[in-house]
Design a protein around this ligand. Structure first.
Ligand SMILES: [Zn+2]
Length: 398
């Protein structure tokens, strides 16, 4: 009996990174140099479009979103505790279950060219594990389209909110999460008895999970926990499995102080994520990368109780990063694209999608001229390809 012929998908007339037109050939989810002999060929016409790797959202909160829901009017809020109260209020007011809202947002993200994401979902007595379960359900429905890592995020604090430690333990044992979260151990979560970092590191170690800790505190209040996180990471042998989100304290550093902190993080194997909120909070990702620190870019909350902004479109997030950095030069604009494409991929441990033979056949086709121009103009994603298969056309999943 002869085996069935292999199938290849040939994307004809595309321009990888804006270079000369050629064909891209995908077999078994990977790009190959040419169509294998005897393969059955499915042909997709690229129409001379630009081909770019699809992107990775290294930090998003799908459980909190009101994306696709009626407009939500926000009240003034000051400090994390008031924002958190707003989260609970919005979650109770929204008529649509988490799983459905998360699926809607994550589908939209995938159709805009997100191939993978690290999603945070709140774990607190106000919700139990419903956020985790809802996002996990959405992720199951999007299997093969977008890869999802899930963080059990103690947004309400571990020390300051009774019951969170037990829920985190339940989440860790559920098999649904890849990471345990944390939040501002020296600021927001410092009031109370207990040791947040001790608790979350112990859970991660016990269950073989990674850690992804929100750190908004600036100055020494942020840097001291960062040193603590680095020491615990080394002591528990969790190198490569710990990341810190926002790290505004690092964004505030320059010169020798920045280099020394970068070296500490690189040596402990700790990655950072940034969401490009502003010139003062975006991480100096190129300098950090030069010193061996992995940095990913993310959406953070999307149209949630904290902010009406955000759209889960990682190309737009690259635009925001470029805007925040006052980018003018092509290399600066391309650097923001690479942060969205490669930074998150490295953080999530995914193979780089660089459109070369052997790399994942994960790319998008857009009407455009070159990478810097695409970052500025944000063209519609005409076609999104995941593992060699067309998963979205014209900004919608097929
Ligand atoms: Zn966040």
């Amino acid at each position: 009996m002869t085996p069935p012929p292999r199938t290849a998908t040939l994307f004809h007339d595309v321009r990888p990174f804006g270079g000369p037109a050629r064909d891209l050939v995908a077999v078994d989810g990977l790009l190959v140099a040419e169509v294998p002999p005897g393969a059955v060929v499915e042909r997709v016409d690229g129409g001379g479009r630009l081909a770019l790797p699809t992107l990775v959202d290294a930090h998003i909160h799908p459980d909190k979103t009101s994306w696709g829901e009626p407009w939500h009017s926000r009240r003034p809020a000051h400090g994390i505790a008031e924002y958190v109260a707003g989260d609970v209020e919005l979650a109770r007011a929204l008529p649509t279950p988490v799983a459905e809202r998360a699926l809607r947002l994550m589908s939209h993200a995938a159709a805009q060219g997100t191939r993978a994401m690290r999603a945070h979902a709140d774990v607190a007595p106000a919700y139990g594990l419903s956020g985790i379960e809802g996002v996990a359900e959405a992720a199951r429905k999007l299997a093969g389209i977008v890869d999802v890592e899930l963080v059990a995020f103690p947004q309400h604090g571990v020390v300051r909110t009774p019951g969170v430690t037990e829920l985190l333990a339940e989440a860790a044992a559920s098999g649904l999460v890849t990471h345990i979260g944390g939040i501002d151990p020296a600021g927001f979560d410092a009031d109370g008895d207990g040791d947040q970092l001790g608790t979350v590191f112990a859970l991660a170690e016990e269950h073989g999970l990674g850690l992804d800790i929100h750190l908004h505190d600036r100055g020494e209040q942020g840097l001291a926990p960062l040193r603590d996180i680095a020491a615990r990471t080394r002591a528990l042998g969790l190198r490569g499995r710990v990341s810190v989100a926002h790290a505004f304290a690092v964004a505030g550093l320059s010169g020798t102080e920045l280099d020394e902190t970068a070296d500490l993080l690189a040596e402990a194997g700790i990655a950072l994520t940034t969401v490009a909120l502003s010139a003062t909070t975006i991480l100096p990702f190129r300098r950090l990368a030069e010193r061996g620190v992995r940095v990913g870019l993310g959406s953070d909350g999307v149209r949630d109780s904290w902010s009406p902004f955000g759209d889960a479109d990682m190309l737009h997030r690259a635009w925001l990063a470029a805007w925040a950095l006052d980018a003018r030069l092509d290399e600066e604009l391309e650097g923001c694209f690479r942060l969205a494409a490669d930074g998150g991929a490295e953080l999530l441990g995914l193979p780089k999608a660089d459109l070369r033979p052997g790399s994942p056949a994960d790319f998008m086709l857009v009407d455009g001229e070159c990478v810097p121009q695409v970052v500025v103009d944000l063209p519609r994603r005409d076609l999104v390809v995941r593992a060699g298969r067309v998963v979205a056309r014209d900004g919608r999943l097929v």
